[in-house]
Design a protein around this ligand. Structure first.
Ligand code: SF4
Ligand code: SF4
Length: 429
């Protein structure tokens, strides 16, 4: 997979100017020092080494042969959420691709046999052996289907449930299928659904992630589906961005379209196809999941060359994070009577990660909890009574942070609120 090798991003590593746009949210968006840091890793470890700036220097040293991937280097490489906040910040100043360097560093670590850290290696083994990240028996994956719900055998839309909602946060999958049934939307489930491969990709196990991508794409086509519907932001980004990235193809050339539940529902809302029942009186803060927001823009490969001052030929397309899925969840929340939507200081492409991203929840739970608590404090300070997101991993992070701090705040997935507003009753969490 030559196109993802660290050497391909030497220019990005060499041209970091140390401006720290990857660390701070632009003061146009956040005034003052509170909630002005965009990098969870820097926030936690307080050293530039644990920011995109430091990691780009590390990448350059590895490329130049002046540093090896030592245990400390591995710690720096993997104590990062791969949340892309640095990438968005950097592109406000320079056209660099720090996130590609961070991903390529992990691929290099695995290729050299130095990485991934043991907990991620175990996670890879679980996905390999059982087809899901929890290492549970596959038969359990359909146990969540509520009574009376009958998906079609074949349909244009395949609901890809994902490991988390299949095996853990079943209420998200249940709310999703109840919404689909209520709206009369035909869908199928994939037979023998496997993990999307997100844990493999973020570990740096690119070859294994590619093999799984090919298998999943084939299964989708065998199921006769052309739309893969997800309620998980990580699965969404994996199908929409990482599969094409691994295959070195543009998203637009993939034989399917990835659609998140909020996109489907917002489309119906715009056409007057959603009728919400009585009010839900609550002030809610919407948390943008990284994988649904800044990381979800279409992937477009670039194989050009650079001239003087790094000018690219043909022009390189950049993903700046501003065209993520931001409006749709907000439109849905705003359309539900009684819900008052609050925007957090770090919002949309500047949102802080929930702490779970990049395998951090699996390998460094203490770091994940630190970041979730920081984000939770931002929610509390906003005056919201609940935090809402559109990814089961964000829900996990917030629930753990709420439990450990004893806050009275509630955490929801957006499918919970939409199903409550549509059906008039809550799907038990
Ligand atoms: S914003 Fe970009 S150029 Fe500036 S320090 Fe960070 S990685 Fe380097
Ligand atoms: S991906 Fe996120 S955690 Fe990692 S360096 Fe960038 S901003 Fe920091």
């Amino acid at each position: 997979m030559d196109h993802l090798r660290l050497e391909r991003f030497r220019w990005d590593a060499e041209n970091c100017c140390g401006c720290k746009g990857c660390i701070w949210v632009d003061p146009i968006y956040v005034q003052g020092k509170d909630y002005s840091i965009r990098c969870p890793s820097l926030q936690r470890f307080k050293f530039d080494s644990y920011s995109a700036l430091g990691r780009l220097k590390l990448a350059l040293a590895i490329l130049n042969g002046s540093m090896k991937i030592t245990e400390k280097a591995l710690d720096i490489i993997y104590q990062c959420n791969l949340c892309g906040a640095c990438d968005t910040g950097c592109k406000r100043n320079l056209d660099l691709d720090p996130l590609m360097v961070l991903e390529a560093l992990r691929i290099r670590a695995v290729a050299q046999g130095a990485g991934p850290p043991p907990a991620l290696a175990q996670l890879i083994r679980r996905v390999r052996d059982t087809g899901n990240r929890f290492g549970l028996k596959r038969a359990k994956s359909a146990a969540w289907i509520p009574e009376g719900i009958k998906p079609s055998n074949r349909a244009k839309i395949a609901y890809f449930v994902g490991c988390n909602a299949s095996y853990k946060n079943n209420s998200i999958a249940q709310a999703t299928v109840k919404i689909l049934e209520h709206l009369g939307i035909e869908y199928a489930l994939m037979e023998e659904e496997s993990c999307c491969g997100h844990p493999l990709f973020v570990s740096g196990a690119a070859s294994e992630a590619l093999a799984l991508a090919k298998t999943n794409i084939e299964m989708l086509s065998d199921a006769g589906a052309s739309i893969v519907l997800t309620s998980c932001a990580e699965c969404y980004k994996t199908w929409k961005v990482d599969y094409p990235k691994l295959l070195d193809k543009p998203t637009s050339d993939m034989p399917y379209k990835a659609v998140h539940l909020v996109e489907l529902l917002a489309g119906l809302l715009a056409k007057g196809g959603l009728r919400f029942r009585g009010p839900i009186e609550m002030k809610v803060a919407y948390h943008d999941p990284c994988c649904l927001g800044r990381l979800s823009e279409d992937w477009t490969p670039w194989h050009g060359s650079r001239g003087p001052n790094g000018l690219t030929q043909p022009p390189k397309p950049y993903r700046r994070g501003t065209n993520g899925i931001y409006q749709q969840p907000r439109q849905l929340i705003s359309a539900i009577e009684g819900l008052e939507l609050i925007d957090l200081p770090r919002t949309r492409e500047n949102a802080l990660c929930c702490g779970a991203g990049g395998g951090v929840l699996d390998v460094y739970p203490e770091f994940a909890a630190f970041t979730a608590q920081d984000r939770l404090q931002e929610v509390i300070d906003s005056g919201a009574q609940a935090v809402v997101s559109a990814c089961p991993y964000c829900l996990d992070s917030f629930q753990v942070a709420i439990q450990s701090t004893g806050h009275l705040l509630k955490a929801y997935d957006i499918s919970h609120l939409v199903s409550l507003a549509l059906l008039g009753h809550e799907v038990a969490q």
